[in-house]
Design a protein around this ligand. Structure first.
Ligand SMILES: [Zn+2]
Length: 207
């Protein structure tokens, strides 16, 4: 199976993906990776087959920008980060709403969020975080069909004049570099039940 089937818009990196509540003027300088999550925003997610959070785990960590795979949920870099190290925790199941996840998924999403904060503190010493889930398109969800928890590291001054005045955001590391740094710092025996989830190892769609 070609990866193009998994990522039907591969090679056609969108510039109109919408982030929560923010007209995304930042990403014009930001097309470092050939795997676009999706073209044209969440309208394109009509099923599991074209859902980026469902297809990502079938790729290698490096291709999909996954930093950790748990049993019920995984951690992935946001392709269009507010800040370097902007992570998403997603259940493997294609469910849209926080009330759809069961007790085990809920517990693991929470544990992965805590571990992600600890890892980000270790590698990049943020001064704060924004955590949250946008529910539904009216709630600002870019991909409303598949639940995802945002973990955004914050530094004093990261909302400075540059993005406000110039609509330009300087991110000095590539997503691949950030992924490697976070993955390397992820504890081997994290407090969530780990290493039981889907792996790309058995996949046949390696590029
Ligand atoms: Zn999905």
């Amino acid at each position: 199976m070609e990866s193009r089937e998994q990522y039907p818009h591969d090679g056609d990196v969108t510039d109109n993906f919408e982030l929560a509540g923010v007209p995304d003027a930042f990403q014009r300088l930001w097309t470092p990776h050939r795997l676009a999550y999706i073209k044209g925003g969440q309208d394109q997610v009509s099923s599991k087959d074209n859902c980026p959070f469902c297809t990502a785990p079938s790729h290698t960590d490096e291709e999909a920008l996954i930093v950790h795979r748990g049993r019920h949920a995984f951690v992935i870099l946001n392709l269009f980060p507010y800040n370097a190290g902007h992570l998403l925790v997603c259940p493997y199941r294609h469910v849209p709403d926080y009330t759809d996840v069961d007790a085990e998924e809920t517990a693991e999403i929470a544990a992965l969020t805590q571990t992600a904060m600890r890892v980000l503190r270790k590698v990049s010493a943020p001064a704060g975080f924004n955590l949250g889930m946008n529910q539904g398109t009216a709630g600002g969800a870019g991909i409303a069909a598949h639940l995802h928890q945002h973990i955004v590291p914050r530094w004093s001054g990261d909302g400075n004049f540059l993005p406000i005045i110039a609509h330009t955001k300087a991110i000095t590391q590539t997503l691949g570099e950030v992924r490697q740094m976070v993955a390397d710092a992820w504890p081997a025996s994290a407090d969530e039940t780990s290493s039981g989830g889907p792996s790309a190892a058995a996949g046949t769609d390696e590029a």
